[in-house]
Design a protein around this ligand. Structure first.
Ligand SMILES: [Zn+2]
Ligand SMILES: [Zn+2]
Length: 317
């Protein structure tokens, strides 16, 4: 049937119908209809097949959910270690290098204003800085060990994962380089470091001298917060430690090895302070963390160390 025929007879439907019938008859229309019907069936079958396949593709694949306690310890450790992403790797390098530079700059400003006649005040500021850093390390360590989950968005992988990894494989951190060890803690100190460097350039000499003890306290607090993971890592190293580090461990200036082993007794519920460890005994004596856990469990209904125990291979459900 030609286009001319269709266009020319558009207004007269009966004529078109007649022409179509004639054309079809002349060209063995029955056979063609049969062919077309056959092809249509094939197409339909194909479409149904395709639709079935699409339906199957769209269905979420039902992977059997395997509970963590069914994995071997080495497998669980590897799953946690694999969570160290490339972005985190880059961020650790940036914050460690830039942060170390800023701390040196701030330290230079403090040293340039050193007052030899205020040695007692400066010593007190140093001790207070170390105590507060130890307390903060305990609070953060306790919080991350006891609450939250590796599955939480953003903080789960970046922040909570290393704590779980450390309990499953305590020596893994001794294989972390200087950037992975110190990057996080340097990053969180950036605002304070920026503030004091800004102050050094903009405040008067009298104002700076008035706040000098507090600035020393802040600097020492910063140093020990930054070095917390490094000091913790040293407490897990039995070979290759510099003599001055072993000296500081032996005299309990920083976290000693034997002292920290107490925390590593399952279920990891005490001795959370990991900078100097000075506050571990008094906090344990007054039941500080136990009381906090008791209160939080009453309010939230969530038992302490639920996620940590799963990673430790305990059957939780
Ligand atoms: Zn821990
Ligand atoms: Zn440890």
């Amino acid at each position: 049937m030609s286009t001319d025929l269709l266009l020319g007879t558009f207004g007269d439907l009966s004529k078109v119908q007649h022409q179509i019938e004639t054309t079809l008859n002349n060209n063995c229309a029955t056979t063609k209809y049969e062919d077309i019907a056959e092809t249509a069936k094939e197409v339909e079958k194909e479409e149904i097949r395709a639709a079935k396949n699409t339906e199957q593709d769209e269905k979420p694949k039902e992977e059997p959910v395997q509970s963590l306690h069914t994995f071997k310890k080495g497998e669980r450790a590897k799953m946690l270690a694999d969570g160290y992403t490339t972005e985190k790797w880059l961020l650790d390098r940036f914050s460690t290098i830039f942060g170390a530079f800023l701390m040196c700059l701030w330290g230079f400003h403090i040293a340039s204003r050193f007052d030899i006649f205020d040695v007692f005040g400066i010593l007190m500021s140093i001790v207070m800085g170390m105590l507060v850093a130890d307390f903060m390390s305990g609070m953060v360590h306790w919080g991350a060990d006891t609450w939250g989950s590796v599955d939480l968005p953003v903080i789960g992988k970046a922040f909570i994962r290393p704590f779980r990894e450390h309990h499953v494989d305590p020596t893994a951190m001794t294989r972390h380089d200087v950037y992975e060890t110190n990057g996080d803690n340097l990053l969180i100190c950036f605002p304070v470091i920026f503030w004091y460097i800004y102050k050094s350039y903009t405040f008067s000499a009298e104002q700076l001298q008035q706040d000098y003890r507090f600035e020393i306290f802040s600097y020492v607090l910063g140093i020990f917060v930054i070095l917390t993971n490094q000091i913790h890592k040293w407490s897990h190293m039995y070979y290759g430690l510099p003599a001055w580090v072993e000296f500081m461990q032996d005299y309990h200036i920083i976290l000693p090895k034997k002292h920290h082993r107490i925390h590593h007794v399952s279920p990891h519920e005490t001795y959370f302070c990991i900078t100097t460890g000075w506050l571990n005994y008094p906090l344990e004596k007054i039941g500080f963390f136990r009381s906090l856990e008791w209160m939080i469990e009453i309010v939230t209904g969530v038992p302490p160390r639920f996620d940590d125990q799963k990673w430790a291979g305990k059957k939780m459900n």
